[in-house]
Structure formats: structure tokens, C-alpha cells
Design a protein around this ligand. Structure first.
Ligand code: GLC
Length: 613
């Protein structure tokens, strides 16, 4: 048996060895560190549980296992959702009841209270935050999920550590070996040279890219918050140790590793310190390392940038990097469409995505734990007279509820007075108008808001890839203004849409007469259609159709002889559209009625899933 296991590992290692060694030597030129990496890979392989290896083997054979049409994700903070890891385990029935088979547990590793950036400042990669549980609880949770066919995703925050990480503490104490794991400078000139070309991530909440440490007499590079110290991947010790952390976590039963802030992990003077070629070398090495030790694990890259910068993270067919990436421009363009009631830019964006190779798997979403940045195609918008600065202001005014007949509620994020730039925070339901309608006790407005919320989900589900809901959105969770009372959170408006799950409201999810029931049941119907109709597989042919109406989007999918078109009205007014010449008769999958595409009547914020007969 041992011999056999050794052969499996050897075969995988042989497949990748030359390329892995080549890339490693190119970056580090260090033979003995490479040998150490290989030894540790074997070590982690031998420690990997039989059950995980079984799934590795199955997934290796069925490389498309995550492209199925039944994949549906949900992301949540463990404490907000269910108190702790055990609490999440106790909620698995609820999760399955949401048709969800992929959960993203937001950062749960050890992090200093009040200086955590929502857990994205890790002080120990091998310890769970005490209030959330232990590594054993994590393993018990992932094992329970595995039995139910629920895949578990976690963040791997590899760009930086918390200032409380033991490396950082030693570095701060002046230990040169540890200082070399970060970027330390004993003079202000070098940081100033970087600042000339490096943009800012948090211009208001954490301006600049360096932090002065008076006790250490040094500056340290901190692209994010001052307590998040950037790791120096030029040091092979950093790369090796972080890969060991990655494999350690993979061995706890994690299925999807979200590589946090991946474009930032390599820095060079006189560059933007983003998307440098060495980043791709590192991600490619990670992909090979995981294919050798734990091929059942997927890499999800967090690249919140314009499309040209995102897709390179898929790598190439021969040299793949990430399995999955966020469809971030489509997400932002969706909200632009809500605010303008004009689908033109969205159609163009979907055409761009539809033209990409079908093996690319995108993670689709309406919102996540982060702000919405208005990264739109301003070149195209300019042709219609929309200037970037003015349009961003319009969108921010709109979603705060100030402009354009808006019913949205939410808050700005990192409003930068010098550039006039700001991003946006709010839950899906609040941005759709649910919060305002409830406040004003306006029944008709509430109905409109729910319709918009459901239409947006229906449209999102029709995109290729894996849709991911933010936990609570399935019952129309509203903005949570409580964060303002907590001094640790008050400065960071992203907490507005990270509020605790309201289980009292969730109890009403089964009742069709309640707000929660309308959204929950509405989503449930869509999710069931999505998982039964094979045209929803990620690799289907997809296209958009011109509807002749600026507010109505039409998308088609074709797979294995079946065809489905989705029609979505982004306006609160009823619309009538003709979809070309009469393309035959269709079955409306929601009502079960038969219709023809020659003339389709859509109510305000209405939509159809029409299956060709
Ligand atoms: C990612 C996370 C974000 C965090 C940042 C720094 O962008 O999504 O929440 O602030 O990384 O780790």
C-alpha cells in the first residue's frame, strides 16, 4: 500500500518536476531550498487523509467536476452566520436547503482583535481564532461537509501577515533573518521612491504603502492596513514556508483555496507592484504543488481588476494557474445597469466574457464582503458622453439613494477627496430598495424591490461559472448600521454589509407571504431549475441577443441540443420586446406556459427563462 502511494506521488511529481524546478531556480537559484520543498511536499502527501486522497483521485479523473450546473456557493463570516465552527456544522441542513454545495468560510485564522481587517491580517496560519473553534473543529466541519457533497473554501492570505505574526515580531525586534521576510527600510527615501509608482489600496482608511515603526527605527511596507506587513517573496524561505502553510490547510479538508490579493505578491521598484510576471511564476508553482500533493484542491484567485488583468491568472491550457477567478467587472457593470436602466455596456461586457475560452470558470456574484469598485469600461461609456469621474459620482449618489429615482440604501467606501473617487457598500436587498420600502412601509415599492432582487439573481445564475451568494442575501438581509457603534469597525464601512445573520427572519423563509419567503422561495425555484437543466453547465455556448429595448437584456445558452434564453428587464416599467424573427415556441420554465419569442411582454423588473421546445 505504502509502495503504491509512493508511486502515485512519484508520478505526479515527475509530471511537474522539470517545470517546477525550472521556475523555482529562475526565481531563487537555490537548489537546497528546492530539495527541501520537494521533501515537504512528500511529507504533506503522506499526512493527507485517505478520504481526501480518494477525492483527489476522483477529481483528477474528472477534471471538470467543478464546472457542473448544480454548483452554488454561499460565503459568510463564521461568527456572524452561526457563532462558531460547530454552529456552522449544525446549520448544514439550512445550507443544503438553500441548494448550496460550496461554502466560503470567511477568514477564521488567528488574528489580533481590532487590528484584523476582517481576518485578513493573519497572526498564525495554523491556528483558528479561539472564539470560532479549533483546527479539530475545522476538520470535523470539512468532513461533515464532504459527506454531504458541500465543498469548503477558505482564504489563503499570502500577501502579508499581521504585525503580530511571530515572524513580524522577530523582525520588529531587529532579527535580520526575519526582517528579510518583509520589506524593511532604514531611510525614508526608498519608500518615497516606491510611492512614486505604487497606487493606494485604502487611500482614506490607510493612506500610503509604508508604515514607520518608531521602536524598530525602520519603515515597513504595508500595502493594505499598517498592521498588515507585506511578505517578501524574493526570499525563498518565505515562499517555502507559505507553501507549507498552504498544504497544511489543504490537508484540513479544504476544497477551494482563495488566494487573497494575489496580484500584489511580488514587488519591484519603479513598477505599480501589481501583476508582475513573478506573480504568475508563483501562482503557476502553487498550481503544480497542489497538483502533486492535493490535486482535488481548486485555486480561486482574487484579482479585483479590469478584465485584461484578470484572465492571465487562468494561465494557459498547458500551464494553468488559477482554476477560478471572480467575474468582477460583470458584477460592477450589473449595478451600473441597475442605476442607468441601460443594458448596452452590460451586453458588451457579457459578449467579452462569452468570447473567452469555455474552460475558464468564473465566480459570479452580485456582491461580496468587500466594497463595489466602479471599475467600468469608461472608454465605451465616454462614447455615450459619460465621463469617468462624473459617472462614478452619479453611481455613488444613486446607490446612496440621492439620484435617478433610486430606492437604494448604502454608504461610500474610501471616498478620496483628492481624486473624487469612492467605492460602495450595501447588501443586495438594500441596494435593490428593500430597506427603503420597509422604512416607508410602501407595499408597492417593496414588491418592486423584491422583483429587482430576484431578477438580478436570475440573470446572475444564467452566467457561466459558479454563482456565489452572500449568506443572508437569500432572505433579503439588510444593511447593518451597528458597526458604527464598534470602535474596531466604525472606520470601515464594509462592515455595513457584513452584519450577523438574522435567524428570526430566516424562520420566515418558508412562508410565501413574507418578504423573506418571497426571496428565499423565489431563489429556490431558480436554483432548482439551474441544477436540473443541463444548459447551465459552465461550458455551454453563450451569447447575447439585441432586444431593441435599451432596458432589456437577452442571453442565450446552448448545450447538447438544448437551448435556453433568458430575458431580463432592468427597468421598473413594463416592456415589450420582439426577439428577431419568430424563433419557434418556448417553454417558460417558471410558469410552465408555452410562449413564442415574437412578442414578449415583461413586467417591471420581470424576467423569463425560456427553453426552446
Ligand atoms: C482582499 C480582501 C479584503 C482585504 C484585502 C487585504 O482584497 O477581500 O477584504 O481587505 O484583501 O487582505
Amino acid at each position: 500500500m505504502k509502495e503504491e502511494a509512493g508511486q502515485v506521488f512519484q508520478k505526479r511529481l515527475e509530471r511537474h518536476h522539470d517545470e517546477l524546478r525550472w521556475l523555482y531556480m529562475e526565481l531563487y537559484g537555490n537548489d537546497s531550498m528546492f530539495a527541501e520543498l520537494c521533501d515537504h511536499m512528500w511529507q504533506f502527501y503522506t499526512e493527507r487523509k485517505a478520504r481526501l486522497k480518494e477525492d483527489d483521485a476522483g477529481r483528477e479523473k474528472d477534471g471538470g467536476w467543478y464546472r457542473r450546473n448544480d454548483m452554488l456557493g454561499m460565503m459568510f463570516y463564521i461568527d456572524n452566520f452561526a457563532g462558531n465552527m460547530k454552529g456552522v456544522e449544525a446549520k448544514l441542513d439550512y445550507i443544503s436547503g438553500c441548494n448550496v454545495n460550496y461554502i466560503h468560510l470567511m477568514p477564521f485564522l488567528d488574528t489580533p482583535k481590532g487590528r484584523s481587517d476582517g481576518g485578513y491580517a493573519v497572526s498564525d496560519f495554523r491556528k483558528v481564532q479561539e472564539n470560532l473553534g479549533t483546527m479539530e473543529d475545522l476538520e470535523s466541519l470539512t468532513a461533515a461537509c464532504r459527506e454531504r457533497g458541500i465543498h469548503v473554501c477558505m482564504d489563503f492570505v499570502m500577501n502579508h501577515t499581521s504585525e503580530e505574526h511571530e515572524w513580524a515580531k522577530k523582525a520588529r525586534g531587529g532579527d535580520g533573518e526575519y526582517m528579510s521576510r518583509y520589506f524593511f527600510f532604514d531611510n525614508p527615501e526608498e519608500p518615497a521612491r516606491y510611492e512614486r509608482t505604487v497606487p493606494q489600496v485604502f487611500p482614506t482608511t490607510a493612506p500610503g504603502n509604508f508604515t514607520w515603526l518608531p521602536d524598530a527605527g525602520h519603515y515597513v511596507m504595508t500595502s493594505f492596513y499598517p498592521y498588515q506587513w507585506d511578505l517578501n517573496y524574493k526570499n525563498p524561505r518565505v515562499f517555502n514556508e507559505m507553501m507549507y502553510n498552504f498544504l497544511y490547510l489543504a490537508n484540513r479538508g479544504i476544497d477551494i483555496i482563495r488566494i487573497d490579493a494575489v496580484p500584489y505578491i511580488w514587488k519591484e521598484l519603479n513598477t505599480q507592484c501589481r501583476n508582475l510576471p513573478q506573480v504568475h511564476t508563483i501562482v503557476r508553482m502553487m498550481r503544480m504543488i497542489s497538483e502533486i500533493v492535493c490535486p482535488g484542491v481548486l485555486l480561486l484567485g482574487e484579482v479585483v481588476m479590469e478584465p485584461e488583468k484578470v484572465t492571465p491568472y487562468f494561465g494557459t491550457v498547458e500551464k494553468p494557474e488559477c482554476h477560478m477567478l471572480y467575474n468582477v467587472t460583470t458584477m460592477a457593470t450589473t449595478w451600473h445597469t441597475v442605476a442607468t436602466r441601460d443594458v448596452k455596456l452590460l451586453k458588451k461586457q457579457l459578449d467579452t466574457v462569452n468570447a473567452l475560452p469555455k474552460d475558464y470558470v468564473f465566480l459570479n456574484y452580485l456582491r461580496c464582503h468587500d466594497d463595489i469598485g466602479w471599475g467600468l469600461d469608461y472608454g465605451t461609456l465616454r462614447m455615450d458622453g459619460m465621463e469617468e469621474r462624473a459617472h462614478k459620482k452619479y453611481l455613488n449618489d444613486y446607490f446612496q439613494g440621492y439620484a435617478g429615482g433610486s430606492n437604494s440604501r448604502g454608504e461610500l467606501y474610501n471616498a478620496d477627496p483628492t481624486t473624487g473617487d469612492a467605492r460602495f457598500c450595501g447588501t443586495t436587498a438594500s441596494m435593490c430598495g428593500v430597506e427603503k420600502a420597509l422604512e416607508e412601509q410602501d407595499g408597492a415599492a417593496l414588491e418592486r424591490a423584491v422583483n429587482l432582487d430576484l431578477m438580478l439573481h436570475a440573470y446572475m445564475f444564467l452566467q457561466s461559472g459558479i454563482p456565489v451568494l452572500y449568506g443572508g442575501d437569500e432572505i433579503g438581509q439588510l444593511n447593518d448600521y451597528g458597526y458604527k457603534e464598534d470602535p474596531d469597525k466604525a472606520e470601515d464601512s464594509r462592515y455595513l454589509h457584513r452584519g450577523p445573520m438574522d435567524w428570526k427572519r430566516a424562520e420566515r423563509a418558508g412562508d410565501a407571504d413574507t418578504l423573506e419567503g418571497k426571496i428565499f422561495r423565489g431563489l429556490g425555484r431558480l436554483e432548482r431549475i439551474r441544477k436540473t437543466e443541463k444548459v447551465f453547465v459552465s461550458c455551454a455556448d453563450t451569447w447575447t441577443v439585441e432586444t431593441g429595448n435599451p432596458s432589456v437584456l437577452c442571453m442565450g445558452r446552448h448545450y447538447d441540443g438544448e437551448q435556453l434564453i433568458g430575458v431580463f428587464n432592468f427597468s421598473e416599467e413594463g416592456k415589450m420586446v420582439r426577439l428577431g424573427e419568430d424563433g419557434g415556441s418556448y417553454l417558460d420554465l417558471l410558469s410552465g406556459e408555452v410562449c413564442r419569442t415574437a412578442e414578449i411582454r415583461l413586467p417591471g423588473y420581470g424576467f423569463y427563462y425560456l427553453k426552446k421546445r
